[in-house]
Design a protein around this ligand. Structure first.
Ligand code: LMR
Length: 337
């Protein structure tokens, strides 16, 4: 009910707001897709000085859209102002890799940005602030954020792998010719990178006669173990090659889904994938931000326990953990220089 806007507004920070993902996500949030149709919000849009004109234009367009739930827009290049009292922080801003740059160069730039962002939010945000890191390397940025915002509870710091989760779900639905909403319990394990492991061992499709395992419905097991996995792993790169820019609308939509389910709960009978601080579940070392299957309820998440892991999965899950440990070492080495 759009007219029932009696709730207190929630303050949502979007960094890198003048970019493509920002342009896509701002109207999704303002239309209530992130927090539901009766939750008003105030948007805090942050970007760097060279983007200040586009940022101002975004604010103008948001105002001109007369969104009933949108109770205010703060568009600023001042980090303290942007972070003030926010309840949710969606961190999209980061340093994009340019031609000729080494991975290490990008890593050191982003690590510095996420360290600064952590201090600012720790200082100015609301105590209950929940954080979603979208910018790459998302898991490692989230880890650095956690290390430099020690007063923010670590369960409030997450990174986006819902995009990969949605991609996996959509690809299976397409392959099987079923509605996307009937595909449940896919899992993305690990890093939001090409070592991520899209796992279909527990995935099901709802049919009139009950849930059926994807593994039974897909005739070609080789497809599930090879093409499917690499298509999901490489989908981000395929989008970049087709539009010469990273995915934006699907990333924005996945970020909305992530926060939506975190706050309002995962649908019954399924789970979602989120990058969270490992607690050692499934033998994944603590001290890494790793994507797990989670169930959410009223703003908290829990890793789904007790799933069987076969040898094939074990190897892939460990490969991605190993890559994250390497990224962590690289991030720390760039902090100390
Ligand atoms: C995506 O998954 O679409 C992006 O993270 C790809 C990228 O490297 O920007």
């Amino acid at each position: 009910n759009l007219l029932n806007i009696e709730k207190e507004p929630i303050r949502i920070l979007v960094t890198g707001a003048a970019g493509n993902i920002g342009y896509a996500i701002a109207p999704m949030i303002a239309r209530g897709l992130m927090l539901g149709p009766d939750q008003p919000m105030i948007l805090h849009l942050l970007d760097i000085e060279p983007a200040s004109k586009s940022l101002e234009a975004l604010k103008m367009e948001l105002q001109d859209s007369a969104f009933p739930l949108l109770q205010g827009v703060i568009a600023t290049t001042n980090v303290a102002e942007a972070c003030k009292d926010v309840n949710i922080a969606i961190l999209i801003g980061g340093f994009a890799r340019k031609e000729g740059m080494e991975r290490k160069d990008v890593m050191s730039k982003n690590v510095a940005i996420y360290k600064a962002q952590a201090s600012a939010l720790e200082r100015y945000a609301s105590e209950d602030c929940k954080v979603l890191v979208v910018a790459n390397p998302a898991n490692t940025n989230a880890l650095i954020f956690k290390e430099f915002a020690p007063s923010i509870p670590e369960e409030n710091i997450t990174c986006l792998t819902r995009l990969d989760h949605n991609r996996a779900q959509a690809r299976l639905a397409e392959k099987l010719g079923v509605p996307v909403s009937s595909v449940k319990k896919v899992i993305i394990w690990g890093n939001h990178s090409s070592t991520q492991y899209p796992d279909t061992n527990h995935a099901t499709v709802s049919t009139k006669t009950g849930d059926r395992p994807v593994k039974e419905l897909v005739a070609d097991q080789n497809w599930l173990r090879n093409e499917f996995i690499s298509e999901v792993q490489e989908r981000g790169a395929a989008i970049i090659s087709a539009r010469k820019q990273s995915s934006a609308l699907s990333a924005a939509s996945a970020a909305c889904d992530h926060i939506h389910d975190w706050f309002l709960g995962t649908p019954k009978g399924t789970w979602v994938s989120m990058g969270v601080c490992s607690d050692g579940s499934y033998g994944i070392p603590t001290g890494l931000v790793y994507s797990f299957p989670v169930i959410c309820e009223k703003g908290s998440w829990k890793i789904v326990q007790g799933l069987s892991v076969d040898e094939f999965s074990r190897e892939k899950m460990d490969d991605s953990a190993r890559e994250l440990a390497e990224e962590k070492a690289l991030a720390y080495s760039s902090l100390s220089v």
